[in-house]
Design a protein. Structure first.
Length: 366
């Protein structure tokens, strides 16, 4: 009997040492929360999942939230109303607790605010503010130094508060389903978009805080500039657009060179309604050129002699086949010389006609 008892004692002691010896393993606690903005008064709501160990107690800190116990797979579903607005410098934290072990950690937040930037800019609701300024496919971003902004795999870091960080997205990814209503010699073409074009944006503040994700909806005016940026790429070679369309439509872009940045393009005219970008087959690109001349000398009211100049804005037009990238033609469309007055007035000025440019583009053979 004594021998059997001794063996039992040894077995129990070994089990106790195995259970209590050494440091306990760290408790896993990874949370991902989606934040919905408020419809009216209030701070909005949250929902999401925390991954931890089975049976652990889980809660969101600082939101008067009840504890949820993780299921057999170690997942706990959380939801509730926010007590206060969240900001990217103080992301919501989740806490997990199990058998004397606990862990607190910032949750990854997906914030379902919908930013609608205009050419004048838009701001995220998270503090500190991040401002986005849209020029077609180019996004200029201002905010705290060290902040990283990612559009999928493309990202940029704000290096200084003195100048915005810039990122150039692929314009062909922004124009799916975008159509165009033709303009006139005095009115620019207008877009008729299909579904809104959105891009998910992830904002990461320096210091290791959890990323803040949100969505930007491109304004219609910026989409039209994105279409122009995409079509302007024909100057570098063949331009594939998916899905491809009829290739029958013709458009005119105005190109504006920008120092140390890609040329900006503006859609100035089309030969009819364009249902989808792939329907464009011929692209005319107009570079504006200033031409001046003298109207002679005039006597001013003060008795002096003044030399008056006239100016005219011409268009140097290059025409391309969109699918092949081949240049089809080149011509300068001149503005009429402005008439000089018999008396001293402001300098006379004339501009080329977009209708004349479009007629030339439409007449070029492929």
């Amino acid at each position: 009997m004594g021998g059997r008892g001794g063996r039992r004692l040894v077995v129990v002691a070994a089990l106790w040492l195995a259970a209590c010896g050494g440091e306990p393993s760290p408790l896993a606690c990874e949370g991902s929360l989606e934040i919905q903005p408020p419809d009216g008064p209030g701070a909005g709501s949250y929902s999401g999942t925390v991954t931890t160990e089975p049976g652990a107690s889980v809660r969101v800190l600082g939101q008067n939230a009840r504890q949820i116990r993780a299921d057999a797979s170690g997942h706990a579903a959380l939801s509730g109303d926010l007590e206060h607005l969240v900001n990217m410098d103080e992301p919501l934290q989740v806490e997990c607790y199990l058998e004397g072990r606990s862990k607190r950690q910032p949750a990854t937040m997906i914030v379902h605010e919908e930013l609608r930037p205009t050419p004048m800019g838009a701001r995220s609701t998270g503090l500190p503010m991040i401002e986005f300024e849209i020029h077609g496919a180019e996004v200029a971003i201002t905010g705290p130094t060290g902040t990283t902004i990612a559009f999928g795999a493309e990202q940029v870091t704000i290096e200084t508060v003195l100048h915005p960080a810039r990122i150039e997205l692929d314009p062909t990814t922004l124009i799916s389903g975008l159509g165009v209503e033709p303009g006139s010699d005095t009115e620019a073409p207008q877009p008729h978009p299909g579904a809104p074009i959105t891009r998910d944006v992830t904002i990461t503040r320096p210091g290791g805080s959890a990323p803040w994700s949100t969505t930007i909806t491109w304004p219609e005016s910026a989409l039209l500039d994105a279409l122009a940026s995409a079509l302007g790429r024909v100057e570098q070679g063949p331009l594939a657009i998916e899905p491809d369309g009829t290739g029958a439509a013709r458009v005119v872009l105005v190109a504006t060179p920008v120092v140390d940045r890609p040329t900006r393009y503006r859609l100035a005219a089309s030969d009819g309604t364009i249902d989808a970008p792939g329907d464009v087959g011929v692209v005319g690109i107009a570079y504006e050129r200033e031409r001046t001349g003298s109207c002679g000398t005039y006597e001013s009211s003060a008795g002096g002699v003044v030399t008056m100049e006239w100016s005219a804005r011409d268009a140097e037009v290059h025409v391309y086949d969109r699918r092949t990238g081949r240049q089809l033609g080149e011509r300068t469309i001149s503005a009429p010389r402005p008439p000089c007055s018999n008396t001293l007035h402001s300098s006379p000025h004339t501009e080329f006609s977009f209708a004349a440019v479009l007629r030339y583009v439409n007449g070029v053979r492929r």
